[in-house]
Ligand binder design. Structure first.
Ligand code: HEC
Length: 293
């Protein structure tokens, strides 16, 4: 019994932690693709990945030939256009990034992304890739709205251009910042002299209301595509860039679970078999019990 209570408590505290991470915007959903369209998207995503990410992030859990087979890319095309190192078709998809040096360069070593869509969600990765924005206070002049103060540079700047938060977003974020400061002060005062609690509690309540309202407005702005504005245009239009990021995430999602499509296809047949077998078993039971009374 104690063990069960402990497990429930641990789960609760984990989910609370997740909630405390706060609001990360934008949080747009990706269009779902199936069948041939999905494979074509994954092929395009692989091209974006090999050209822009592989130098820093390996996909060491996966081999080139398995990927070529699953994504229906002829092996010669893969060797010629997608493997830039002296890798062979049967090799794991690794790179030569020296981890210790990379830590010095970026503050954190670029992780292997073989299972990134499972440790994070595909939607998270999609929004992370679209979340780089201009921020003078960061070493590379960019920050990320989904992963604050990330060590990764904005590697797709040429493709996407550079975006900044809109004035509305900046002013709402300031409102939240000040309300949080007010709340912290009130909380501190409350600890020091609890006699004054009615007035202080009202202050805290008001601050919470401001934060909640501002966050709701931010969410709405993000949903309407008014969170960022382009400061410098890139090679792609915003719509084309979003599509390229969807392709990229679809590719990473395949790498995260290469058997996924096969599993879903097979699963359907298994369920069908169980249903049919259920009917036959039921009819047989009726037949056997018919004479037993
Ligand atoms: C110049 C090296 C470099 C390149 C190129 C690069 N990244 Fe990164 N990336 C990093 C570093 C460093 C981190 C770790 C940042 C941190 O933890 O602060 C990172 C982190 C990430 C993360 C977050 C991982 C986590 O901890 O959840 C994702 C996702 C990611 N990169 C995706 C990509 C994709 C997709 C591309 C290609 C478009 C790419 N990166 C290209 C250096 C790079």
């Amino acid at each position: 019994m104690k063990k069960i209570i402990f497990i429930i408590a641990a789960c609760l505290s984990l989910s609370l932690q997740a909630a405390e991470e706060g609001l990360t915007l934008p949080n747009d959903a990706m269009t779902k693709l199936n069948g041939e369209a999905l494979i074509i998207s994954q092929q395009r995503g692989m091209q974006v990945y090999m050209n822009n990410c592989m130098g820093c992030h390996a996909l060491a859990f996966q081999r080139y030939n398995r990927t070529a087979e699953d994504l229906k890319i002829p092996e010669e095309v893969m060797l010629k256009n997608l493997i830039f190192s002296d890798g062979k078709i049967g090799d794991q998809m690794t790179n030569n990034m020296p981890v210790a040096k990379a830590k010095n360069w970026f503050g954190a070593a670029p992780p292997d992304l073989s299972v990134i869509t499972r440790s994070r969600k595909p939607q998270w990765v999609y929004n992370y890739m679209r979340g780089f924005y201009a921020d003078e206070e960061r070493p590379y002049g960019v920050n990320n709205s989904v992963f604050a103060d990330v060590g990764m540079p904005h590697v797709l700047e040429e493709m996407q251009g550079l975006q900044g938060k809109t004035d509305k977003v900046k002013s709402l974020e300031n409102e939240i910042k000040y309300a949080k400061e007010d709340k912290a002060i009130a909380n501190k005062q409350l600890k020091e002299n609890p006699e004054n609690s009615a007035e202080l509690n009202k202050k805290i309540h008001d601050a919470d209301k401001i934060i909640h309202n501002a966050e709701a407005q931010l969410t709405e702005l993000a949903a309407n595509g008014e969170y960022f504005t382009l400061i410098k245009e890139g090679q792609l239009s915003p719509e084309e860039f979003d599509k390229a990021m969807m392709d990229l995430v679809n590719f990473l999602d395949y790498i995260g679970e290469p058997i996924k499509l096969e599993r879903q296809r097979l699963g359907l047949w298994v369920l069908l078999f169980i249903a049919l077998f259920g009917i036959v078993a039921y009819m047989m039971k009726k037949e056997f019990w018919k004479d037993v009374h």
